[in-house]
Write a new protein. Sequence first.
Length: 86
Amino acid sequence: MICGGSVVVTTWPEGQPGNKETKVLKAGDLIEIPTGMPHSLCCDKEDGLQFHELVGEGTEVFAKRATTFLINDGFERPTLAVAPSP
């Protein structure tokens, strides 16, 4: 859940560069991205982004996700700081 600021969320539902979906989320919205889907989060340049992430329960929570940067795999780098503040 987004606690403050706003964010541009870009996803590539097909898992490949090219067709992407982009939406702007703000405080109170949920960031819902399926496991394994390539995505990017670009926060508001003035208000930033504060969010609380829940990806499971118990001690396994921190072992569930890793960060893999896909810039070198042909995914477009999103434009930073284009989300409007709430």
